[in-house]
Write a protein that binds this ligand. Sequence first.
Ligand code: CNA
Length: 474
Amino acid sequence: MLKRPQEEESDNNGTKKLKARLTYPCILGKDKVTGKFIFPAITKDDVMNARLFLKNNDLKTFLEYFLPVEVNSIYIYFMIKLLGFDVKDKELFMALNSNITSNKERSTSIEVSAVQAKVEHEGELTDPLEKKHAVKLIKDLQKAINKVLSTRLRLPNFNTIDHFTATLRNAKKILVLTGAGVSTSLGIPDFRSSEGFYSKIRHLGLEDPQDVFNLDIFLQDPSVFYNIAHMVLPPENMYSPLHSFIKMLQDKGKLLRNYTQNIDNLESYAGIDPDKLVQCHGSFATASCVTCHWQIPGEKIFDNIRNLELPLCPYCYQKRKQYFPMSNANNTIQTNANFNSPILKSYGVLKPDMTFFGEALPSRFHKTIRKDILECDLLICIGTSLKVAPVSEIVNMVPSHVPQILINRDMVTHAEFDLNLLGFCDDVASLVAKKCHWDIPHKKWQDLKKIDYNCTEIDIGTYKIKKQPRKKQQ
Ligand code: CNA
């Protein structure tokens, strides 16, 4: 049965409804003076309605319902916008803009029912755009449709902090997905923020800062990584209030699993059970020889890292000495630039067991995630830009009825969370714990629980959370 956008309205008490505003097919008017097509304003509800319609009906029904019979490029562009996307190609964008005016900009006189594309010759429709642009637009519409079909949609009745705390109280199998942001309060920089690690190493002149964690580059020249490794070396025996918030969920029997992209291993110091933890990108907890795979506890190479030395495998050391009789045999970090040997400079070098780009994720990730996504009753993503696959795909793998929350300093625009709590994650965790009357098992909790927070709703389901300034004592 055809499900019209309007039918998706939710009438749950107190929940904001999606309002069907536009009627389809939407016939675009034309400004009589400028000859430009007039685009109606597209609201978030319009986008949500169109996406819901696409998800709930097949593609043919969707296109038939939204597009007029006599369609031209401008209508294709309108569909792309209606699905919440825009074109990236500059030339195409300019071509479109010279043919479109927004509702606000138009002059007072509108020509009758729009395009209905003029038939200049019998059966032939005029298209205001060149053919090459029309083809690009069709490709962009295809991409937009694919993106909508592969991305989850927000739940219609889950968009407030109270919805979150009520679900949290009842949840029994919470999947917590964490990233670098959960450790920044301890002074460990994240990667992609303006003050993050990638901007700190920009001066090294690498084509791509991610190259320092590229496996091929490490194998060719481990000094690229070991020159900066001291900057990402984790502190020992420290953990943030956010780590303890996850421990609290574990203590309450609510944590299904914490999938961390972090390599700092701080979850273990916070007391998260190894069985409840998946270190998706490995960690500094162990290190292995890239040649013979001999493994040792990670902290055994921490001094080498701090002293800018290559940590070497004792079993491969003699052979390495034969291959590199000069400076490369010992563990000074600089490598011989003229070295031409087919033997890789990484021969016999120990590498922390963190997953580099180009390396497979630990098998434990693949084993547990398939089962966990089907079991979880709540997904909370914290302190991550969700830019690294396959972890970033988890949000689209979890069944659509499971609420998804983001706790992050910045918005993540390429995923659809039911609730975005924007702020420092330690603050958001404190606010949520206080609302649930729970105690976070962290040494700072007694101070944190005295703090009050301002929660400002900046959009439906999106809140900015900030500490309230302390009142001055009289
Ligand atoms: P990222 O791409 O650097 O994103 C971090 C995100 O955290 C950003 O969106 C920030 O807005 C947000 N953020 C920063 N500080 C806070 C805070 N205090 N509260 C809330 N949000 C905050 O890092 P991702 O984790 O998304 O990327 C995955 C990479 C990062 C993994 O491969 C990690 O190994 C790698 N990484 C790990 C660490 C660590 O182990 N501590 C540090 C830096 C990078």
